[in-house]
Write a protein that binds this ligand. Structure first.
Ligand SMILES: [Zn+2]
Length: 442
């Protein structure tokens, strides 16, 4: 639809160009043409290029979210590749990695090919597939990891569920090591969490709801670190919720193991008390925990233990969320608002700089999934023209009209935030533009 944009060159003028991969941090212009970054430097003329003013803005590599649910194939009433990538572009993302808990699951090269074709025809961001560790995510038969890697899978996961059986997990990690793909674990011991709907603690007891204890996450992570040590596989913990998991990852990294983890906006900002106020709108898996866990996650980011930020964008319809806790769906959306929420938790609190936060959203997830090899997650002349312009001072209140996906399930409606993506350029074309005037009008 926007393909004509790629015909015209663009110059991003007057911004602070931050590229954590190279250490560049300077006032400069960026010229893009034919899907490539042609030049970065001061005072670029650009000829007939369309000019986008970036004064007082950060010009950074296109943001990468390594953990989203696009719901296609199989649950396109919640989201699809077209709507989910529109949401991504609105949030400043130029690449997303979609999880394999679709229907059918992403466990074979044919599904990966279908998703790639759909993204090429209707995507506003790049879509990379994470494929299953086990067939159908059922945990009993190893998936075709070699075939999926050859077809373009950038990581392996049974997200939505853990690979619970340790012998199966060991075999999956051996395959990941052999085919140079990271394994991304949804760390949840199913036996310890049957029927659970929220963090096990004071609040769950008060509400009389079945709890999901921290140990159900930490025990899987501890086991897997041992298996990663044995197999040599790269191992990544998805959506960390517990302080103990941060400690486990810190110590594994201290040993030099290729172990990493990601934090989601909600786990960096909310606690299980949100359930009291908002009910199932705050129902997540893994669950929101306590303020001590929130602080441990934030400090884990600040000290370099947690190197990746990921939304776990999980669209559901109002009918699926507006239910009593026991019957409501787990999860919330996040692509359009993640940048501002991370800034609230990490930058405005003084814990990390904008430069480091940009790294956590660009080169770090790119390295996790091997995307840096194709030049993603960085700004370099001759490299792909994926660029995000961020106004770090833009103040706004999150409303439903900011959400571009099919679903609006987020507990952050009405939250005042600061910082937003004002322009997103993917493959040389403008996929999102937020005019500052529209902000003050609201
Ligand atoms: Zn998950």
């Amino acid at each position: 639809m926007n393909s004509t944009n790629s015909d015209r060159a663009l110059v991003l003028r007057g911004g602070r160009v931050i590229d954590p991969a190279s250490g560049r941090d300077e006032s400069a212009d960026v010229l893009v043409r034919d899907g490539r970054i042609e030049r970065i430097g001061p005072g670029i003329e650009g000829g007939d290029a369309e000019v986008i003013r970036a004064d007082a803005c950060l010009v950074v590599p296109g943001l990468i979210d390594p953990h989203v649910h696009l719901r296609e194939p199989g649950q396109t009433h919640k989201e699809d590749i077209e709507s989910g990538t529109l949401a991504a572009a609105a949030g400043g993302f130029t690449s997303v990695c979609c999880m394999p808990n679709t229907s059918p699951a992403i466990d074979n090269p044919e599904v990966i090919g279908r998703i790639r074709d759909r993204a090429a025809e209707s995507g506003s961001s790049r879509v990379f597939c994470v494929s299953c560790g086990t067939v159908g995510r059922l945990g009993s038969e190893i998936a075709d990891i070699a075939g999926c890697a050859a077809a373009g899978s950038v990581g392996i996961s049974d997200d939505g569920d853990a690979v619970a059986n340790p012998q199966m997990m060991r075999r999956v990690l051996e395959q990941c090591a052999e085919h140079d793909r990271v394994f991304m674990q949804h760390a949840q011991d199913p036996a310890m969490t049957a029927g659970s709907v929220m963090h096990e603690g004071v609040v769950s007891r008060r509400l009389g709801l079945i709890g999901w204890p921290r140990e159900a996450e930490e025990s899987i992570v501890a086991r897997d670190i041992g298996l990663a040590r044995e197999t040599g596989a790269a191992y990544h913990v998805q959506h960390i919720s517990s302080a103990g998991t941060v400690d486990l990852i810190r110590s594994a990294r201290g040993e030099g193991l290729p172990v990493s983890g990601e934090a989601s906006p909600h786990h960096l900002l909310l606690t299980d008390e949100a359930i009291v106020r908002m009910g199932a709108a705050a129902k997540m898996n893994p669950p929101l925990r306590t303020w001590d866990d929130v602080l441990a996650l934030r400090h884990g980011v600040a000290d370099g233990t947690i190197t990746v930020l990921a939304t776990d964008h999980a669209p559901h319809t109002p009918d699926e969320k507006n239910r009593p806790m026991a019957g409501a769906a787990f999860g919330i959306i996040g692509l359009e608002i993640a940048l501002a929420l991370y800034a609230e938790a990490l930058v405005h609190t003084g814990l990390v700089s904008w430069e480091r936060m940009i790294a956590l959203m660009t080169i770090e997830p790119a390295r996790l999934c091997g995307l840096h090899r194709a030049g993603f997650g960085m700004l370099s002349e001759g490299g792909p023209a994926d660029v995000t312009v961020i106004d770090p001072d833009s103040e706004w209140v999150i409303s439903e009209s900011d959400l571009k996906g099919k679903s609006v399930n987020t507990p952050f409606i009405g939250t005042a935030v600061r910082g937003r993506a004002v322009a997103t350029i993917m493959d040389g074309r403008l996929t999102h533009r937020h005019e500052p005037d529209a902000v003050s009008a609201g």
